[in-house]
Design a protein around this ligand. Sequence first.
Ligand SMILES: NC(=O)c1ccc[n+]([C@@H]2O[C@H](COP(=O)([O-])OP(=O)(O)OC[C@H]3O[C@@H](n4cnc5c(N)ncnc54)[C@H](O)[C@@H]3O)[C@@H](O)[C@H]2O)c1
Length: 269
Amino acid sequence: MYNLLKGKKGIIFGALDSNSIAWKVAERAHEEGAEFVLTNAPIAMRMGTINELAEKTGSQIIPADATSMEDIENLVEKSTEILGGKIDFVLHSIGMSVNVRKGKHYTDPKYDFTTKGWDVSAVSFHKVMNVLYNKNAMNEWGSIVALTYMAAQRVFPDYNDMADNKAYLESIARSFGYFFGRDHKVRVNTISQSPTATTAGQGVKGFDGFIKYAEEMSPLGNATALECADYTISLFSDLTKKVTLQNLFHDGGFSNMGVSTKIMDHFTE
Ligand SMILES: NC(=O)c1ccc[n+]([C@@H]2O[C@H](COP(=O)([O-])OP(=O)(O)OC[C@H]3O[C@@H](n4cnc5c(N)ncnc54)[C@H](O)[C@@H]3O)[C@@H](O)[C@H]2O)c1
């Protein structure tokens, strides 16, 4: 590998199991010489296999519900202690819609569920940056990345209220990114990833058909979780120091397509 993250310290949110995008990011960050703390919601500790990842990457796990300021404060304090200094990179790889989970349609959600999903999927990013910014816990030229999806810009009916959550998340990246850049020289970006077969991805209704559609629509095919991890590593590295406030499409070209010959073949003989 390239030692792109040698000497860098990070916090990685959202590794649940080996399919998780955050899991691949942790493996790649480890290969590139980084040290980091892994974190996830307390319930995910029981559901997933994060211990295995911690062992493999020599990392410690600090449970934190990303909607709880208290948990995030504890996480950031302990992480700087464990890692012996300020943080260079943070991955926010968190998403969950209660309406999707409970089978509520977009046109008739339960608004308590809407609020909860928004807090977990979008506002948590603000909370994480609030703590990092106000505790002055990031090193200069650090990098913060959150994962998003193109339903923030275009209509994907089964993505439900996650579309709205992602639009909010991307806006937070720009708005908070301004202050983080101005005051701490830290960059903040979102990566808009192809559909990927993970626990969160497969929760979306019609996911199997949709992932095939995106594959046939994209000139380079869908981006895998590992490829997403590679791209994330480049954004954590010193090679992308002036990239900030961006929503970066990592989708094999899908986002700029109108139609592909493969898709057209389904409609012509
Ligand atoms: N899979 C896809 O098709 C796809 C496409 C584009 C973007 N994304 C985004 O990538 C990110 C990672 O998702 P994934 O596909 O790897 O799925 P995943 O299910 O492996 O990861 C989602 C993570 O969010 C965590 N989480 C949920 N509630 C939390 C809370 N309150 N506090 C802390 N963590 C919490 C879960 O425990 C889990 O680890 C999400 O933001 C998702 O929306 C996924």
